[in-house]
Design a protein around this ligand. Structure first.
Ligand code: BEZ
Ligand code: FE2
Length: 410
């Protein structure tokens, strides 16, 4: 049953619109129910809505769009220090060794706790990569807008049919759940057989589902795909008895041609040509700055691509799912970009950029968009120049989180 949300009329000292023009409004108003009805300058409300009272959000109040964490793995939320950090191959080996132990701890309360932590830190939409289906019911019950990426993994040709059959069962379960958007995740070029990729992508095309994949996360992946060398050579020999990669990077990328909504996570070692191919596909790149740092990869160059979204990745490679933590850390990982400009860009990537990546009608405080809104109070008065930086640094003062116009956290 559709929940009716009554109209709210708010005004705040600042509105960070997060549209393509990176507009901000000083003394702005917003009217919304489930959808944003109007946004503008407070001085115009007497003329436009003469009989309407607007609720003031307080001194140094700021409204921003809800944050969009486009890539996480809730099923690995039990990790704190079990998995090895510092180098991607060390980490991947530790995942294979400790996977079952971590998954055993991924019960409903662990998944719910992660979703609640996300909500209370201003995340209103999530792209959750689901490998085992342990997170789907919690995602469906959470007020957070959930896109659930059912993941396929398996580089062995012998298991293609079985893996595809499992995928079909899992995605069907999600299609039947309310309040959750089904989507497809292809693990990566090194861990997913091309035939399996072909099968799931034809399913995604048929149903017009969004698709995500990890791509060029580590130097080892780059070397393995190029000539079967690097740290993955030893890994594949030891764990999977393989001597050659199952895909080349170019062919892998081209298998996503004609996917309507494709996002590539990481891309730290993607070449200029790879990024050109992704741009031609109207694809997004998901930047997971902290995860890359923890696993020993270089930082993705955010000046090298236009459509970028932000993901925390899972607690398997991060200490927090708080998008403000992620954005604050990213400020330090791009030291060549002027700090105030970087803060505005990161906020845009975490809102509008995420909405583009997950194909959601949100991420901007603009009429017609879903009313996913975070209300904050800054300690001191910001300037137009340092507004975004102030928002990132002052994140503790989240007053209210609205999702689809409903107050979900205060
Ligand atoms: C595989 O199943 O083929 C695989 C799993 C994890 C990492 C690499 C490959
Ligand atoms: Fe990931």
């Amino acid at each position: 049953m559709e929940v009716v949300v009554s109209l709210r009329y708010l005004w705040a000292d600042w509105i960070v619109v997060c549209d393509d023009g990176l507009n901000i409004i000083k003394d702005g108003f917003i009217i919304f129910n489930k959808t944003i009805v109007a946004v503008g300058k407070k001085q115009d409300t007497d003329r436009l809505y003469p009989d309407q009272k607007f609720e003031y959000m307080g001194i140094n109040s700021v409204l921003i769009p809800g944050l969009i964490n486009t890539h996480t793995h809730l099923e690995f939320g039990a990790n704190t220090n079990t998995l090895a950090y510092g180098d991607f191959m060390k980490w991947l080996s530790s995942v294979l060794i400790h996977r079952d132990n971590l998954l055993q701890k991924a019960d409903k309360s662990l998944i719910d706790r992660q979703l609640n932590d996300m909500l209370s830190s201003g995340t209103t939409s999530v792209g959750a990569v689901s490998s085992y289906g342990l997170d789907t019911v919690s995602l469906s019950n959470s007020p957070i807008n959930s896109v659930c990426f059912v993941e396929v993994i398996g580089s062995s040709i012998d298991q293609v049919e079985e893996n595809f059959a499992n995928f079909q069962v899992k995605i069907q379960q999600i299609i039947e759940l309310p309040n959750i958007t089904p989507a497809v995740a292809v693990h990566s070029p090194y861990a997913t057989h091309p035939l399996l990729i072909k099968k799931v992508l034809s399913f995604a095309r048929e149903k017009n589902l969004a698709v995500q994949t990890h791509f060029m996360e580590s130097i080892h992946e780059k070397k393995w795909l190029k000539n079967g060398l690097g740290g993955m050579k030893e890994f594949f020999a030891k764990f999977l008895g393989q001597t050659q990669p199952v895909s080349k990077a170019k062919k892998f990328l081209n298998s996503f041609d004609d996917i309507a909504h494709i996002s590539y996570t990481h891309c730290c070692y993607a070449s200029k040509k790879h990024k050109e191919t992704i741009a031609l596909q109207d694809g997004s790149i998901i930047h997971c700055a902290k995860s890359n740092r923890f696993l020993g990869s270089k930082t993705f160059d955010i000046d090298s691509f236009k459509d970028i979204a932000i993901g925390t990745d899972g607690l398997s490679s991060n200490d927090s799912l708080d998008m403000f933590d992620e954005l604050k850390t990213a400020l330090f990982l791009h030291p060549y970009i002027e700090i105030n400009r970087l803060a505005f860009r990161l906020l845009y990537m975490a809102t509008k950029g995420g909405a583009v990546s997950l194909h959601l009608n949100t991420g901007e405080l603009v009429a017609g968009k879903t009313a996913d809104i975070v209300s904050l109070t800054l300690i001191d008065k910001p300037t137009p120049e340092n507004l975004a930086l102030s928002v990132l640094l002052d994140k503790k003062h989240i007053n209210q989180v609205f999702i689809q116009g409903k107050l979900c956290y205060s």
